[in-house]
Design a protein around this ligand. Structure first.
Ligand code: 6PG
Length: 246
C-alpha cells in the first residue's frame, strides 16, 4: 500500500511473519547491491524488534547470502559497553554475527567504551573512510533498518533532542534527558541519503504512534516523520497489531 508521502506500507499477519518479510527484504537488497556494486552496506537498528529478523537471517540465509560482501553498521547505539545487556551491538552479535559466517572485519561497532562525543567522531571517521567520502558529502547506505519508539523517535533521534537539528555531522552523541543517558546516532542527513529505509514496527503498543506518524490527526510531528530519503525507498513493515488503527 502506498502512503501519502510515497512511502510504502506492508502489513504482516504477526511478528513472525514480519520477521520473515524483513529477512526476505534484507536478502533482496543484499543480492541487488552485490550484483550492482560488489558489496552491501546495511545499518542495523536496536531495540527488541530486530532480534527475530537477525536470528532468521542467520538460520534461513546462512548458506545463501554473500556474507563476505555484506558490511554491517549501526544506526544508533546506547552509551554502554558492548557487553552490556542494553547494547545494540551485543544484541546483533548474539542474534546474527555469532550465528552466520560474518567476517569480524565486516562489522563496524560504535566504540562506546569511549566518551560519547569521541565514539561519535570515530564512527563518523569510519563511515567517511568506508564510503571514501569527500568533505561535505554523505554516505549512501544500501539499507538502513529503523524502529519506531512510542514517542515517535527513530534511531536515537528523540523528540526535543539536539540531534534533530544536526545538518552537517554524520554521527553525533545525543543526550536524551528522559532516559538520563547519552545515545550515539546517525543524523537525519545520513538516513535521508539511504537507498532504502526499512521501518520495523510490531505489537499493539505501537498502534497509536504508528497511526499518528503515518496518518497524522493531532497536528503533532515526530522524528520518524523526518525520514524521507531523496530518491530512496521507505518501506514500513508492521504487524497487524501495530497497524490496527491505520
Ligand atoms: C534503540 C533503537 C530504537 C528502537 C525503537 C523501537 O537503540 O532502541 O534504535 O530507535 O528502534 O526504540 O524499539 P523496539 O523495536 O524495541 O520497539
Amino acid at each position: 500500500m502506498m502512503l501519502e508521502n510515497q512511502a510504502e506500507l506492508k502489513i504482516a499477519a504477526d511478528a513472525a511473519a514480519l520477521a520473515r518479510e524483513a529477512a526476505s527484504e534484507f536478502a533482496k537488497c543484499a543480492e541487488a547491491a552485490v550484483a550492482q556494486r560488489g558489496r552491501f552496506s546495511v545499518a542495523l537498528s536496536g531495540g527488541n524488534t530486530p532480534r527475530a529478523v537477525n536470528e532468521l537471517l542467520a538460520e534461513q540465509y546462512k548458506n545463501s547470502l554473500p556474507w563476505e560482501k555484506i558490511f554491517f553498521f549501526f544506526g544508533d547505539e546506547r552509551h554502554v559497553p558492548p557487553t552490556h545487556p542494553d547494547s545494540n551491538y551485543r544484541m546483533a552479535n548474539e542474534s546474527l554475527f555469532s550465528r552466520a559466517p560474518v567476517p569480524p572485519e565486516n562489522v563496524f561497532r560504535m566504540q562506546t567504551e569511549l566518551a560519547a562525543d569521541r565514539a561519535a567522531q570515530k564512527y563518523e571517521d569510519a563511515l567517511r573512510q568506508f564510503f571514501q567520502l569527500p568533505a561535505g558529502s554523505w554516505p549512501q547506505f544500501d539499507l538502513i533498518f529503523l524502529g519506531l519508539g512510542d514517542d515517535g523517535h527513530t534511531a536515537s533521534l528523540f523528540p526535543g533532542t539536539a540531534a534533530l537539528n544536526e545538518s552537517s555531522r554524520l554521527v553525533v552523541a545525543n543526550p536524551v534527558e528522559k532516559l538520563k543517558t547519552d545515545r550515539i546516532t546517525f543524523t537525519f542527513p545520513v538516513l535521508n541519503h539511504a537507498r532504502e529505509v526499512l521501518f520495523l514496527v510490531a505489537g499493539g503498543g505501537k498502534a497509536p504512534i504508528l497511526r499518528e506518524v503515518l496518518r497524522p490527526s493531532n497536528g503533532a510531528t515526530y522524528p520518524a516523520q523526518m525520514v524521507h530519503p531523496e530518491g530512496g525507498r521507505v518501506l514500513w513493515l508492521a504487524d497487524q497489531e501495530a497497524a490496527r488503527l491505520l
